[in-house]
Design a protein around this ligand. Sequence first.
Ligand code: SF4
Length: 83
Amino acid sequence: MEECKRCLLNEAAEADTLKSIRERIERLPDGEKADEETYLRRLDECKNCDSLIAGVCMKCGCYVEFRAAFIRQKCPDTKNRRW
Ligand code: SF4
Protein backbone atom coordinates (compact mmCIF):
# COMPACT_ATOMS: atom_id res chain seq x y z
CA MET A 1 0.00 0.00 0.00
CA GLU A 2 1.26 3.43 -0.84
CA GLU A 3 1.91 5.60 2.19
CA CYS A 4 -0.80 8.16 2.50
CA LYS A 5 0.15 10.90 4.93
CA ARG A 6 -2.73 12.52 6.78
CA CYS A 7 -5.19 10.16 5.16
CA LEU A 8 -8.13 8.53 6.82
CA LEU A 9 -8.94 4.97 5.83
CA ASN A 10 -11.79 6.15 3.67
CA GLU A 11 -9.24 8.08 1.61
CA ALA A 12 -6.59 5.36 1.59
CA ALA A 13 -8.61 2.83 -0.40
CA GLU A 14 -8.68 0.36 2.49
CA ALA A 15 -12.28 -0.53 1.83
CA ASP A 16 -12.35 -3.93 3.57
CA THR A 17 -10.71 -2.62 6.70
CA LEU A 18 -13.03 0.37 6.78
CA LYS A 19 -16.10 -1.84 6.32
CA SER A 20 -15.01 -4.05 9.22
CA ILE A 21 -14.40 -1.02 11.43
CA ARG A 22 -17.77 0.49 10.58
CA GLU A 23 -19.52 -2.77 11.45
CA ARG A 24 -17.73 -2.90 14.80
CA ILE A 25 -18.64 0.73 15.53
CA GLU A 26 -22.29 0.02 14.73
CA ARG A 27 -22.30 -2.74 17.34
CA LEU A 28 -20.97 -0.46 20.10
CA PRO A 29 -23.46 0.23 22.89
CA ASP A 30 -24.81 3.80 22.81
CA GLY A 31 -23.10 4.67 26.07
CA GLU A 32 -19.68 3.93 24.58
CA LYS A 33 -20.13 5.59 21.21
CA ALA A 34 -19.16 9.18 20.47
CA ASP A 35 -21.94 11.21 18.88
CA GLU A 36 -21.57 11.97 15.18
CA GLU A 37 -20.52 15.59 15.67
CA THR A 38 -17.76 14.60 18.13
CA TYR A 39 -16.64 11.78 15.87
CA LEU A 40 -16.32 13.96 12.81
CA ARG A 41 -14.59 16.75 14.76
CA ARG A 42 -12.03 14.25 16.02
CA LEU A 43 -11.37 12.91 12.54
CA ASP A 44 -10.88 16.45 11.25
CA GLU A 45 -8.19 16.93 13.89
CA CYS A 46 -6.51 13.69 12.83
CA LYS A 47 -6.56 14.75 9.20
CA ASN A 48 -4.49 17.80 10.18
CA CYS A 49 -2.00 15.80 12.22
CA ASP A 50 1.40 14.60 10.99
CA SER A 51 1.03 11.41 13.03
CA LEU A 52 -1.73 10.13 10.73
CA ILE A 53 -0.48 7.72 8.06
CA ALA A 54 -3.00 5.85 5.91
CA GLY A 55 -5.66 5.88 8.60
CA VAL A 56 -3.31 4.79 11.39
CA CYS A 57 -2.18 7.01 14.24
CA MET A 58 1.59 6.59 14.66
CA LYS A 59 1.28 7.54 18.34
CA CYS A 60 -0.79 4.51 19.27
CA GLY A 61 -1.05 2.23 16.24
CA CYS A 62 -4.83 2.54 16.16
CA TYR A 63 -7.04 3.13 13.18
CA VAL A 64 -8.29 6.60 14.08
CA GLU A 65 -11.70 5.92 12.53
CA PHE A 66 -12.10 3.25 15.21
CA ARG A 67 -10.46 4.94 18.17
CA ALA A 68 -12.39 8.18 17.64
CA ALA A 69 -15.70 6.30 17.86
CA PHE A 70 -15.25 5.62 21.58
CA ILE A 71 -16.56 8.49 23.67
CA ARG A 72 -14.02 7.89 26.45
CA GLN A 73 -10.99 7.60 24.19
CA LYS A 74 -8.57 10.48 23.81
CA CYS A 75 -5.96 11.45 21.29
CA PRO A 76 -2.87 9.57 22.54
CA ASP A 77 -0.43 12.42 21.97
CA THR A 78 0.05 13.54 25.56
CA LYS A 79 2.25 16.50 24.54
CA ASN A 80 -0.21 17.89 22.01
CA ARG A 81 -3.56 16.26 22.57
CA ARG A 82 -5.93 17.32 19.82
CA TRP A 83 -9.05 15.68 21.18
S1 SF4 B 1 -1.94 11.95 17.49
FE1 SF4 B 1 -4.12 12.39 17.92
S2 SF4 B 1 -4.78 13.81 16.29
FE2 SF4 B 1 -2.86 12.82 15.64
S3 SF4 B 1 -3.52 11.09 14.42
FE3 SF4 B 1 -3.19 10.36 16.51
S4 SF4 B 1 -5.25 10.49 17.46
FE4 SF4 B 1 -5.29 11.75 15.60
